[in-house]
Design a protein around this ligand. Structure first.
Ligand code: GLU
Length: 321
């Protein structure tokens, strides 16, 4: 079926989804990172970026929250750019773990393999791969500049969040050293873990995340700045990773009920990619038991439903400008 949407229909769907979801209760802020536990639980925003560069924002879309696990997508893109799809498959993998984001068990089960760059283990490995090898500052520059290019505007670390994470990341330290044991850390271990912790502590807005999602949906060209951030052939690779593990052990349920590949973070953000059509992001701090934002999930699902969209529906979707 052909579906033609107007911008005002999309604007209306985002506004209606916001109104419908804003009073949803349930869930709780992440409490294992003290900074996140203290964020205002009522913050809520939805952003959509269309491929002509139009950004639709409703709610708290300029609030800078912790990007957390959504950063895994952006650094996966960086290592895909630096090494290519085959090397990422060999050095990290592209398989779902079916287990929580911080699972140590998954590393043991997967035969020494970090599985995918979108869980903690694979993301720490990805940080170890970032070039230039051995140069902590150069690696960080590459990571933060890549975030700026994908999001269309610069982002900075939230110092208090970085401190909070660094002081409490004992599980991630275990993951990093276990991976080292299996020769899956390709640079200094402490440096790789620190880069991972720092990238998770970047402050980002739902507006910026939707532009990043729009860049992936647009085959690597940022729809707002028009910068060609990555090769088109990498877009389906990154969307595959997102659709297989974006919501950790709940990913299958998410894909089955939402119709859009999306990645969540414990800061409350969700980034969704509708290839060839739009990027969407939502943000609200309270999380469900798997670490996924309750309201942001509801908001993204609601927008998809109101627009009659689903990536597996087989429809040809056009947006009129
Ligand atoms: N920085 C968090 C951690 O490593 C990210 C987890 C997430 O967002 O899923 O635990």
């Amino acid at each position: 079926m052909d579906i033609t949407l107007t911008k005002s229909q999309i604007q209306q769907a985002v506004q209606d989804a916001y109104n419908e979801c804003k009073d949803i209760k349930g869930g709780a802020n992440a409490n294992y990172i003290p900074y996140l536990a203290n964020i205002d639980s009522n913050l809520f925003g939805i952003s959509v970026t269309l491929l002509d560069g139009t950004v639709i924002n409703v709610g708290d879309t300029e609030y800078k929250f912790g990007i957390e696990s959504v950063s895994k997508v952006l650094t996966a893109i960086l290592v895909l750019k630096q090494y290519g799809a085959q090397a990422v498959l060999e050095k990290i993998g592209a398989d779902a773990t079916g287990l929580p984001f911080n699972s140590i068990f998954a590393i043991l089960l997967e035969n020494d393999h970090p599985s995918t760059p979108l869980v903690n283990a694979g993301a720490i490995t990805a940080c170890s791969m970032v070039a230039p090898k051995g140069d902590s500052w150069g690696k960080w520059e590459a990571i933060i500049n890549n975030i700026a290019s994908l999001c269309g505007s610069p982002a900075q670390v939230i110092d208090e969040l970085y401190k909070s994470e660094s002081e409490t990341n004992f599980n991630n330290r275990s993951i990093a050293w276990l991976l080292k044991n299996y020769n899956r850390i390709y640079d200094d271990v402490d440096m790789s873990l620190d880069l991972y912790t720092r990238q998770c502590s970047v402050g980002i807005t739902s507006h910026q995340l939707s532009v990043c999602a729009g860049t992936i949906a647009n085959g690597g060209v940022n729809p707002v700045t028009k910068e060609n951030v990555f090769e088109r052939e990498l877009a389906p690779k990154i969307t595959t990773l997102i659709s297989s593990v974006g919501f950790y052990q709940n990913t299958g349920d998410w894909m089955y009920t939402s119709g859009i590949p999306a990645k969540s973070g414990v800061g409350g953000g969700v980034l969704g990619v509708y290839p060839g059509v739009m990027g969407i992001a939502a943000f609200a701090p309270p999380l469900d038991g798997a670490g996924n934002s309750v309201k942001a999930q509801a908001a993204v699902k609601s927008v998809m439903k109101k627009l009659g969209l689903g990536v597996f529906n087989g429809d040809c979707v056009k947006v009129e400008s």
